[in-house]
Ligand binder design. Structure first.
Ligand code: G3P
Ligand code: MG
Length: 235
């Protein structure tokens, strides 16, 4: 039987809909993703789902998200009339239909994210599998150990495996350019899943699948699902 690959919609289905919006998460779910990935920042004591620290690139507004009020953020257009959603809104919208990889972007997000998840857990309202990741290892270290952690790397450093161990990682989340059979085997020997970002070329996807990665982040989940299906046909 073929290996189960985590199909992860990057910022939802960024290749099809405005990134990190409800429309983008809806599209990723419709396409059949196992997980969606999203980015969070804290502003006005609320967790907002947005990649950049400023709203300039993805909305019709300007300024640093952390310096805007909730009302100002709610008035912005994040593309095609979509709003910048809060993490609560996204989790309620997804409602267990796929897993959620929450990437901690902004400072001080680990505590509020865990508080929200624990509140939902206590109310039996957390039905999606959760993976929390970050490039900011101090922030990730604040994450409640009951939640799976993904250590994000932008390059392979000498101590990457030790770091993943030290931060109690469930997965190592690697950029495409760093992935080799040797690195995959090193991670697997230690029990870490290997998740690779952000892969949009079907040939790259097929190569990673043949190398034995555990999951792939993509802006085009349809391409990844096609690559997995065509690999299964050739098994
Ligand atoms: O988590 C994978 C990927 O999202 C990390 O990079 O910049 O797209 O958040 P970025
Ligand atoms: Mg991200």
């Amino acid at each position: 039987m073929s290996k189960q690959i985590m199909t992860i919609g990057h910022r939802g289905a960024k290749g099809h809909e405005p990134e990190n919006t409800i429309a983008s998460f809806e599209k990723a779910i419709k396409l059949g993703c196992d997980y969606v990935e999203l980015d969070v920042h804290l502003a006005d004591e609320e967790l907002f789902v947005i990649h950049d620290s400023s709203v300039d690139r993805t909305t019709n507004g300007s300024g640093k998200i952390a310096e805007l009020t909730r009302k100002q953020i709610e008035s912005l257009d994040a593309g095609n009339g979509q709003k910048i959603p809060t993490l609560s809104e996204v989790l309620a919208f997804i409602n267990g239909r796929c897993g959620v990889n929450i990437e901690l972007k902004g400072a001080g997000t680990a505590g509020p994210v865990c508080d929200l998840l624990n509140t939902l857990l206590n109310q039996s309202h957390l039905s999606s599998p959760i993976l929390i990741s970050s490039f900011d290892y101090r922030e990730l270290d604040e994450v409640d150990k009951k939640f799976r952690r993904g250590l994000l790397f932008d390059k392979i450093r000498d101590d990457w495996i030790e770091l993943a161990r030290d931060y109690s990682s469930w997965s190592v989340n690697l950029p495409y350019k760093t992935v080799s059979l040797d690195n995959i085997q090193k991670a697997h020997l230690e029990g870490f899943r290997v998740l690779v970002y952000t892969v949009n070329d079907p040939n790259d996807m097929k190569k990673l699948l043949s190398l034995g990665v555990d999951g792939i982040f993509t802006d085009f989940p349809d391409r990844l699902l096609d690559a997995i299906t065509s690999g299964e046909k050739n098994d």
